[in-house]
Design a protein around this ligand. Structure first.
Ligand code: DOR
Ligand code: ZN
Length: 349
């Protein structure tokens, strides 16, 4: 087996959290990724320019001194979002994109959008500005089966939206179904694909008892969908790019409330490359990880490179969260306790 050198990747969908968790986890992304789109669903969501500047400052302060990592910030859309905040925030490069969470769809989304039509004026403005709209694509209607919520969102909400705003730059985030794979390609959207949705199907949540380690939103679906996602990610097609949706929850919370989210940033690159290797598509990995995203977002490629080496890589069961030299919590990483077969060996300047 040969080693691989690729342009430094970016993570186009990431949860960095705040405070002590942010300080403990940011290194897992900043070490090997050039940029990341940072999700705005903090406890108090990022809904204004002022909050965004302050959140970005706390992220910068959590980085090591020589880090070149660049966080790309987002605004959390609500029914109350005003046009001027969008225009000013985007023109002044405070916001890179806007995130649409349907209200109550996932973690910290209670202030999300109750009715998408309420935002038509905002979408009009974003379309004109060329500002990307990042969508958590699930309906929240409790009558709809949780495994169908992405598909129903696409048909009932997204389809009319793109007809009304054909030039709006849209990314359907963390896609989980073959329906989404097809829809994204047919309608010129972009889509992020997570490592976990490439590895697990819905059985994982029920393996050895009810297992919240594999509970995330959108939930993993049937095996045929996982196969479609693997085919899409490894196809090299420009519309599909890397977005981990790494979403850390302290063990005590995850165990207690089974909150949705899988923390994969400590193993993201190794996890993805395992899929590309299994699919005989190592030659497509750089496109997915480092080229398709910048092309979609009209950004330059990163200039540094990373070296990936086929080497046994034992993933710890837990990552410790440390404050003032004391362990204050732990977070289970994706693949925790497994031995992977690739390792990122370093950055080439
Ligand atoms: O599994 C998820 N976790 N999905 C999301 O959409 C949000 C995320 C989180 O913030 O924990
Ligand atoms: Zn997310």
């Amino acid at each position: 087996m040969k080693e691989l050198t690729i342009l430094k990747p970016d993570d186009w969908h990431l949860h960095l959290r705040e405070g002590i968790v942010l300080k403990n986890i940011i290194r897992f992304t900043s070490e090997f990724f050039g940029r990341a789109i940072v999700m705005p669903n903090t406890k108090k969501p990022i809904t204004t320019i002022k909050e965004c500047i302050s959140y970005k400052k706390s992220i910068s302060e959590a980085l090591s001194i020589n880090s070149t990592f660049e966080p790309l910030m987002t605004i959390y859309l609500t029914d109350e979002t005003v046009k001027n905040e969008i225009i000013e925030g985007f023109n002044n490069k405070v916001f890179f994109a806007a995130k649409l969470y349907p209200a109550n769809v996932t973690t910290n989304s209670s202030q999300g959008v109750k009715k998408i039509e309420n935002l038509h004026e905002i979408f009009e403005v974003m379309q004109e500005l060329g500002m990307p709209l990042l969508i958590h694509g699930e309906v929240t209607d409790p009558e709809v089966d949780i495994f169908d919520r992405e598909e129903v969102f696409i048909d009932k909400e997204l389809s009319p939206l793109i007809q009304k705003f054909p030039k709006l730059k849209i990314v359907l985030e963390h896609i989980t179904t073959s329906h989404a794979v097809d829809f994204v390609q047919e309608n010129n959207l972009g889509a992020t694909i997570t490592p976990h949705h490439l590895h697990i199907n819905r059985n994982a949540m029920f393996f050895g008892g009810l297992n919240s380690d594999f509970y995330c939103l959108p939930v993993a679906k049937r095996e045929n969908n996982r196969i479609a996602l693997r085919k899409a990610a490894t196809s090299g097609k420009e519309c599909f790019f890397l977005g981990t949706d790494s979403a850390p929850h302290l063990r005590q919370w995850k165990a207690f409330c089974g909150c949705a989210g899988i923390f994969n940033s400590p193993v993201a690159i190794e996890s993805y490359i395992k899929v590309f290797e299994e699919e005989n598509a190592l030659n497509q990995f750089e496109k997915f990880a480092s080229l398709n995203g910048p092309n979609f977002y009209n950004l330059p490629f990163n200039t540094e490179k990373i070296r990936l080496v086929p080497k046994l890589n034992e993933i710890p069961e837990f990552i410790q969260v440390i404050e003032k030299n004391k362990v204050v919590g732990q977070i289970k990483p994706f693949h925790g306790g497994e031995t992977l077969t690739w390792r990122v060996e370093g950055v080439i300047k």
